[in-house]
Ligand binder design. Structure first.
Ligand code: ATP
Ligand code: MG
Length: 468
């Protein structure tokens, strides 16, 4: 297997990751923070039915309208399905193009067809007012000197930047949002923040918002009184109450149903919770750390996540980069994982490391850990890394492009790999058929263009010049 079969060559790859591997951006109370390296401005609904909704204006044009495939989706009935397009223009200006909307687009009181508008410009369409406003700048923080934070290890610049922010975060009491693909260490980071904080002696309580049905999430979060619902034989304390004095980790926050998003926001603002079926509010003191595999700012723009809850929870946003974007960390990470299993094999290098480096690791560090665990199990008596019988996915005859079902792997990992291989193979074919044109490809695939871009980036398949 050659690397280029699995990954586009150097310059394209660099373009692909520099836009996905954000480090940190400070949230701003007035509007959601975006990936500050990717986008300097965003379009924000400052008045109208979708107030608070926002979308980043990066390289690619931003489509605004009521159609669900738009980048900024509005519900205003006086807005057309595809109402206007915003492009980054010369000299920091933005070109606004009205797409033949029914009720028009007004700038400074006059209807526009196509016009260059500066940052800060205000547009009116239907009952909606939009403003182009600068995004908060990325925090300039010096990378940590440390190569670990709790159980997380890494020596790449991007990880040391992450550690620096996590160190600062642990010392404060602000809410933190951890974003990253599966297996990038979100839960480990949350535990490490707790462990390094002043709350370390109090409980750390994790709640997976995606794993439970809506009715149960509510009582898991807030607790319930005896008899609150069928089956509530006993009163039960919720995660908030159990985490009192400590840290509440809200995993898969993007899965939280909208109705519960407002209840959660109320609890955070009032610092009290009312158990399901109960009358009394109970005071709680918790620090919240939330995690999401999805980009929550995009969920806010699409209207599936409440902007006010987003601002509240993303005071500090930290993106944990995928392993494939920091291959220089493979050696130190593999060594730490093996040491944690009681096996100190010394330096991780040579052909074994090269094989690790040739893989994409769609399951990130968790997948690496599973691979190493298997190697340890298959190699009794191994003393050095070279003694380990490594079975790196995709490096023999079974390329990981191959859509094969592998029952020798744990179910979740086998499914993840198959899905990854399917996505990659589908996207390659799709882009080949569309001559690399993302908009055309999105139409053919009948998916949202933004979502397609995210998928392409994940697989390092973003066409040259498209860094939006
Ligand atoms: N930077 C890292 N250094 C060392 N180990 C790591 C690192 N990142 C992740 N791990 C290990 O990978 C495993 C998965 O991490 P974790 O459960 O935190 O992932 P996650 O981001 O919460 O994934 P998911 O979204 O699937 O829940 C853990 O065993 C953890 O120890
Ligand atoms: Mg997790």
């Amino acid at each position: 297997m050659t690397r280029s079969r699995h990954w586009p060559p150097g310059p394209r790859y660099a373009a692909a990751v520099s836009s996905t591997v954000a480090t940190v951006a400070l949230g701003h109370p007035d509007f959601p923070a975006g990936d500050a390296r990717r986008a300097r401005c965003q379009i924000v609904v400052v008045d109208g039915p979708d107030m608070g909704r926002a979308a980043a204006i990066a390289g690619a044009p931003v489509l605004v309208g009521t159609d669900p495939t738009c980048d900024l989706v509005l519900r205003d009935p006086r807005v057309s399905r595809k109402h206007l397009r915003i492009e980054t223009g010369p000299e920091g200006q933005f070109t606004i193009v009205d797409l033949g909307s029914k009720n028009g687009t007004l700038y400074q009181g006059a209807a526009l067809g196509q016009l260059a508008v500066p940052a800060g410009g205000v547009l009116r369409l239907g009952h909606t007012t939009l403003r182009i406003q600068p995004e908060p700048a990325a925090l300039a923080i010096e990378p940590s000197r440390s190569r670990r934070f709790g159980e997380l290890v890494g020596e790449s610049l991007v990880m040391r930047e992450v550690f620096a922010v996590l160190e600062l975060a642990a010392a404060s009491d602000v809410a933190i949002l951890l974003e990253g693909e599966t297996g990038t260490g979100k839960e480990v980071a949350a535990r490490a923040i707790h462990g390094a904080s002043g709350r370390a002696r109090a409980p750390f309580v994790a709640l997976d918002c995606g794993a439970l049905p809506e009715s149960l999430v509510e009582s898991e979060l807030f607790g319930h009184v005896k008899g609150a619902f069928t089956g509530a034989m006993q009163a039960r304390r919720g995660a908030f109450a159990r985490a009192h004095g400590g840290t509440l980790f809200l995993d898969e926050l993007d899965s939280l149903p909208l109705a519960l998003q407002s209840r959660l926001l109320r609890a955070l603002e009032a610092r009290t919770v009312r158990p399901v079926g109960g009358d009394d509010e109970v005071a709680v003191d918790v620090r919240v750390v939330a995690a999401s595999q999805r980009d929550l700012a995009a969920a806010v723009a699409a209207g599936t996540f409440r902007p006010d809850l987003y601002y509240r929870l993303s005071v500090l946003r930290v993106a944990l980069p995928p392993l494939r974007a920091r291959r220089e960390d493979l050696s130190i990470t593999a060594r730490a994982l093996l040491t944690a299993r009681g096996l100190d094999v010394g330096e991780i290098d040579g052909p074994g490391l090269a094989r690790l480096a040739a893989h994409d690791w769609p399951g990130n560090v968790r997948e690496l850990r599973n691979t190493l665990d298997r190697a340890v199990a298959l190699s009794p008596g191994a003393r050095t890394f070279a003694d380990l019988r490594l079975d790196v996915p995709g490096d023999s005859s079974t390329a990981d492009d191959e859509l094969s079902v592998r029952a020798d792997l744990p179910y979740a990992e086998a499914k993840q790999r198959l899905l990854h291989a399917f996505e990659r193979s589908y996207l390659r074919d799709l882009m080949a058929r569309s001559d690399g044109n993302i908009s055309a490809a999105a139409r053919t695939a009948e998916v949202d263009r933004k979502h397609l871009r995210t998928l392409l980036r994940k697989h390092g398949l973003v066409p040259d010049g498209d860094d939006g």
